[in-house]
Design a protein around this ligand. Sequence first.
Ligand SMILES: [Zn+2]
Length: 143
Amino acid sequence: MSATPDIALDGQRTHIVRPPVPWSLVPLSSECGRATSSLDSTMTLDEARVLREKLGQQRFALVICMTCATTAGRWPTFEEDPLQRLQRERNLWQEGGEQVRNELFALAELVNRHRAEYEGLVGEIGSVTRLKRPRGVPRVGHR
Ligand SMILES: [Zn+2]
């Protein structure tokens, strides 16, 4: 027996928590759309990625909700691709998630109240990004 995960192979599948956008106040849900408060076993996306590496895909599929695994594989996290992640928030909004709209208006209001600090942060992030970008890589994400 390997020293890998603390997950029992008892038929109960673990769900993956949908990584929220950083400002979200929406209660956490699984990638398969269930409230995490109603689930017995959940793990973060990072934990799931580590577990898949350790177990391999076939054994991973025995312990993880495959709807969660499939859905998680389709969407980047906010840190990986903020624009695509916001597209996912848009989908939640269209499903009746008025909270998403309220949070975006609140973010805009925060920016208005702290405009100088916001502009400074955008400049800082832009300069760090320029330093990290390897030579020859286009500025915009063309594929
Ligand atoms: Zn699930």
